[in-house]
Design a protein around this ligand. Structure first.
Ligand SMILES: N[C@@H](CCC(=O)N[C@@H](CS)C(=O)NCC(=O)O)C(=O)O
Length: 216
């Protein structure tokens, strides 16, 4: 990632470093080698520019000269449909099922566990059962190197930031579970160059800042 002067790059990504949805969008943009202007957002004080283009004003939100894409998965599809050197979109049905379960029941359990004080009716044992059965399934699939076999696919990029978030709720507990394959897969992500790239720290964007370019 570089700080640059004026540039030809026109796509703008509203992002938040620690958000798993924004992380997967950045992973896909890296894989697609599409540089963007990155605007790091404070979720407690969203910029007017983001509020003006997106009703929900969640991150990630990608603004191109043609359209606004306010959903992380859509950003991934948009980026990879333009350039997919790792052939990530070539994915069997199971990959789509995993993404759907991740974004639905698993993410809900993750939030209700990690942020339990925000909810009134959390039953941790129920959340744990949901999360554990998903992680058991991932662990079986990860007898191969990646979720859908021997090559990385969209599902790996789409899930990894969420599994990381879940693991770090209590990493000591997580590491003691029988999820050796998940741990191997997660660790190789955490030590990868791409992870380092998407986790670079940037100050909250102010409208008079020079563009910060996020690129491979
Ligand atoms: N479905 C959206 C969810 C994005 C999302 O919820 N992002 C969170 C940060 S992790 C956010 O922007 N929260 C602020 C808010 O909801 O106002 C996506 O896939 O992009």
């Amino acid at each position: 990632m570089k700080k640059e002067k004026e540039t030809q790059i026109t796509h703008i990504l509203y992002s938040f470093r620690r958000c798993p949805y924004a992380m997967r969008a950045r992973l896909a943009l890296l894989s697609a080698q599409i540089p963007v202007i990155l605007r790091e957002v404070s979720l407690k004080n969203k910029p007017l520019e983001l509020l003006a283009i997106s009703e929900k004003a969640t991150v990630p939100c990608l603004q191109t000269s043609e359209k606004v894409i306010p959903e992380s998965l859509e950003i991934m599809y948009w980026a990879l449909s333009q350039n997919d050197p790792q052939n990530l979109l070539n994915m069997p049905t199971v990959g789509y099922d995993l993404i759907e379960y991740n974004d639905g029941p698993f993410k809900s359990s993750l939030d209700r566990t990690k942020y339990r004080s925000r909810y009134e009716d959390v039953r941790l044992e129920v959340e744990l059962t949901t999360a554990k059965s998903f992680l058991d399934q991932l662990n079986s699939l990860l007898n191969s190197e990646f979720l859908c076999g021997d090559k990385m696919s969209l599902a790996d990029l789409a899930l990894l930031p969420f599994i990381r978030q879940y693991a770090f709720i209590d990493k000591i507990w997580f590491d003691k579970q029988e999820w050796n394959n998940v741990n191997r897969w997660l660790t190789s992500f955490l030590i990868s160059n791409n992870f380092a790239k998407i986790q670079e720290k940037f100050p909250i964007w102010q409208s008079d800042d020079r563009p910060v370019i996020f690129s491979a």
